[in-house]
Design a protein around this ligand. Structure first.
Ligand code: NDP
Length: 389
């Protein structure tokens, strides 16, 4: 009998977390995997249910106020309970060989770094880690001899078609264009959070769905790709591909372009990250090319979707500008979800916050990230307040 592989899922109760548990079940469940830790935040009932079902050693909520609820929900299960941001980091530090990093936002950075520090294989869904602290995370992975396997479908695609013997000439990220791909600006100005959270092709968490609608998600992915694949920012391109069948492409010096295709289902990328360097069948639908018949492409409209231009400016500015970009974006997104600012205001807030903070200092160590993150949140909150007044 082969030993069970030990795994931890950070952000187990979220969209990626739930898909990860589904993939674990399809690839052998408790016979194949020993779950070291599962973490969540507000959804205590689901976290406890997941931990019981998988026989996890530890379940952690990031919310310190919910410790009692979690402890009660796990009573008699033998699963240890813990709460608070530090406990999430401790969960990541426990000895699981494979860690899914699927906490949403900059809150995922510290726990992901913990997993990297001890040489784990980190399946990275949380793009904010690379956006805010790309060089720091890559240095930890290299120092500890661990591995980073991308889970974002675009980056998983690129990882799958990278020719290890040739430098990529260009990385081409595909974007669905979101639900407002063809909407005029006047109509986009009136978009509600509920409309923005409904993605045409992918089933995802609320925040990333809204980020897809503004194309801030693609903007973060450009920054993520730059660090993951070690390419200059100007080599990272974006093309709108409404069907989301080509998950991304890599172009080489001879003009050849390699693409990875599949159904728009995150379980494909998660299963790949779990099975690498092999491939695991989790029963995804097979592409039927005759039925697909056509694949469309067009250039993104950066007037209606300024996020891409702003990300390029942040990459060009260097230092902590990408970290500030993400923090301002997260602040504007919260204000939009709360109904305080409009859909188009999100990009305005990010642009104004970046202009106010420029030049953003260098990121040499983790405290720099938190300092820049906090300053950008303050600046963005000020602009949100002014817009909401
Ligand atoms: P969700 O919002 O669905 O889930 C987020 C997870 O993080 C939940 O488990 C949530 O707990 C937990 N969480 C929330 N706040 C905190 C906090 N402060 N500290 C610790 N944990 C917290 O997000 P997604 O699954 O959609 O996305 C997760 C990450 O993966 C993001 O970075 C996203 O950009 C990336 N990603 C997502 C894709 C998708 O298809 N969804 C595709 C590619 C990348 P709870 O629910 O219990 O409150």
């Amino acid at each position: 009998m082969t030993a069970r592989r030990s795994v931890t899922v950070l952000g187990a109760t979220g969209s990626i977390g739930r898909s990860t548990l589904d993939v674990l079940a399809r690839l052998g469940g408790r016979d194949a995997f020993a779950v070291e830790a599962l973490t969540g935040n507000g959804n205590i009932a689901l976290l406890a249910e997941q931990a019981r079902a998988l026989g996890a050693r530890l379940a952690v909520t990031a919310d310190p106020e919910r410790y009692g609820d979690l402890k009660a929900a796990l009573a008699g299960s033998g699963v240890e309970a813990a709460a608070g941001a530090d406990a999430v980091c401790e969960a990541a530090a426990r000895p699981a060989g494979w860690v899914m990093a699927a906490i949403v936002g900059a809150a995922g950075l510290k726990p992901t770094l913990e997993a990297a520090r001890r040489g784990a294989t980190v399946a990275l869904a949380n793009k904010e880690c690379l956006v805010c602290a790309g060089p720091l995370l890559l240095a930890e992975i290299a120092r500890a001899g661990g591995r980073l396997i991308p889970v974002d479908s675009e980056h998983s695609a690129i990882f799958q078609v990278l020719d290890r013997h040739a430098d990529p000439e260009r990385i081409i990220l595909t974007a669905s264009g979101g639900p407002f791909r063809d909407w005029p600006l006047e109509r986009m100005a009136r978009v509600t959070p509920r409309e923005a959270a409904t993605h045409p092709n992918w089933s995802m968490g609320v925040k990333i769905s809204i980020d897809s609608a503004t194309m801030f998600n693609k903007a973060l992915e450009m920054i993520e790709a730059r660090w993951l694949f070690g390419v200059a920012p100007e080599r990272v391109e974006v093309i709108v591909h409404p069907q989301s069948i080509i998950h991304s492409m890599v172009g080489y010096a001879d003009g050849a372009v390699l693409a990875q295709l599949g159904p728009p289902d995150m379980r494909g990328a998660i299963a790949y990250a779990l099975s690498w360097p092999g491939r695991g069948d989790v029963g995804l639908e097979r592409l039927d090319f005759a039925r697909l018949a056509r694949l469309d492409f067009h250039a993104p409209d950066e007037t209606r979707f300024p996020a891409l231009r702003l990300a390029r400016a942040a990459m060009a500015a260097g230092g902590g500008a990408c970290c500030a970009f993400n923090a301002a974006k997260e602040t504007a997104l919260e204000a939009f979800i709360a109904g305080r600012i409009g859909f188009l205001d999100m990009a305005r807030v990010v642009e104004e916050a970046l202009a106010t903070l420029s030049p953003v200092g260098e990121v040499v160590a983790l405290p720099d990230v938190f300092r820049i993150d906090a300053a950008a949140r303050r600046a963005a909150a000020g602009f949100c307040d002014a817009l909401a007044a």
